[in-house]
Design a binder for this molecule. Structure first.
Ligand code: PLP
Length: 415
């Protein structure tokens, strides 16, 4: 690994970073790949690929079951990732970190284990217009079972949460609020600490979907003041099928198990089973052990690059791309929040999002087109789909220029 990716002048050395990601060297349709689909999933550095490979070659065994050497090594490697995650998000305790298959499982855990037993008819859950389906559908499912209702906090045309409206909607019937830290479509960074102050004052727990924040921003559970925080490993340069839920220990302590099975019990009798303490109470069955070993390596990697440095560099890429795209006639950008990550959703007048993305693919540019698992947000803007370019710290200014040239070219083809 190329530690310290900056040159002697202190400049961020993107070429050294790129050398750590083998896939970035490949071609697509005979063109050098420009991978701008990072909000969907990120590419993996060699250290992650090698950590997974090494685990299977040298230490593969199940966790928390065997006393033999391999079992101990596997358990230690798996548990080390819990420690790394706790440090990465500045959690007060490692026991507040539940390892999950991703954000989707983390939010479902809160929906079924925290919300379902508590909700009563006419209670409410507050979400926002900009949520991913993973932060809408689990709440709808528990609302259907309990008679509770979803309430929606609106956003502005620029794609910013209207904070005063969010606070006004925190009425006594609201039993939980669930908000994205960063929108996967708009890149908007929501003011979580401010929202958390308002929810705390009213005794309403706040769940934050941190899927799109963890790869780009320093995140700090003590500073944010929320109650639940979900993140996913594959957007954080780690393997798919890994993620975490952080929750305050007082909340986890009172939550019943979500899945039952091995690893999550204290004692099983046919008359009655007692359960392990959190976080193991929520980790039934054999987890994605090798995946979590890879996630540990990904966290080490991101920390070695430095999240402040990542943020500064990605911001410069965002400014460059926004400026260049705005100069293209007929191009409309969705989401112009004052605080945003390097995500740009757009459409070109007269062109369908999927046609644009398909033609860009032939130019070697990977972008996502569609509703981005955010139907309500598409309805808000009155469009069925957008094209989304989402950048990461291994992308370059030269790629932004080639992307803009590719758009100019396909725009002419579609005119
Ligand atoms: N929430 C947001 C904001 C996302 O962008 C995504 C993934 O696209 C998810 C939740 C779901 O993450 P996963 O599929 O890894 O569970």
């Amino acid at each position: 690994m190329n530690a310290m990716p900056h040159d002697r002048t202190g400049r961020f050395d993107v070429e050294r970073v790129r050398a750590d990601f083998p896939l970035l060297a490949r071609k697509v349709h005979d063109k050098p790949l420009i991978y701008f689909d990072n909000a969907n999933t990120t590419q993996k550095p060699l250290v992650v690929i090698e950590a997974v490979d090494r685990f299977y070659r040298e230490s593969n065994a199940n966790v928390a079951r065997a006393v033999h050497q391999l079992g101990e090594e596997a358990t230690a490697a798996y548990e080390a990732t819990r420690d790394k995650l706790a440090r990465f998000i500045n959690a007060p305790s490692r026991n507040e970190i539940v390892l999950t298959s991703g954000t989707t499982q983390a939010i479902n855990l809160v929906a079924y284990s925290y919300a379902l037993p508590r909700l009563k008819p006419d209670d409410e859950i507050l979400v926002t217009t900009m949520e991913h389906h993973a932060n809408i559908v689990p709440w709808q499912l528990v609302c259907e079972r309990t008679g509770a209702k979803l309430k929606i906090a609106p956003i502005s045309e620029r794609g910013e949460l209207i904070v005063e409206r969010f606070i006004d909607l925190l009425t006594p019937s609201v039993k939980l609020a669930a908000v994205a830290h960063v929108s996967n479509v708009l890149g908007t960074i929501n003011p979580i600490a401010e929202l958390a102050r308002a929810t705390r004052r009213r005794g309403i727990p706040l769940l934050v979907d941190g899927s799109q924040a963890a790869p780009h921003l320093p995140i700090d559970m003590r500073a944010l003041g929320c109650d639940f925080y979900a993140l996913t490993g594959h957007k954080l340069y780690g393997p798919t099928g890994t993620g975490a839920l952080w929750a305050r220990k007082e909340l986890l302590r009172d939550m019943p198990p979500f899945f039952g099975g091995g690893e999550m019990i204290r004692e099983v009798r046919f008359e009655k089973t007692t359960f392990a303490d959190p976080p193991h109470r929520f980790e039934a069955g054999t987890p994605n052990i090798a995946g979590f070993v890879g996630l540990g390596a990904a966290i080490d990697y991101v920390e070695s690059v430095g999240r402040d440095r990542i943020g500064t560099y990605e911001h410069a890429l965002l400014d460059h791309a926004t400026h260049a795209l705005k100069a293209i006639p007929g191009l409309r950008i969705f989401g112009e929040a004052g605080h945003k990550t390097a995500v740009i959703s757009f459409l070109i007048e007269g062109a369908h999002a999927h046609d644009l993305a398909t033609l860009l693919d032939y130019e070697g540019v990977a972008v996502r087109s569609g509703h981005h698992c955010a139907h309500p947000l598409m309805q808000f803007y009155g469009v069925p789909a957008t094209v989304r370019a989402s950048l990461a710290f291994y992308n370059t200014h030269d790629e932004v220029d080639r992307f803009v040239e590719a758009i100019q070219k396909v725009r002419k083809l579609l005119a």
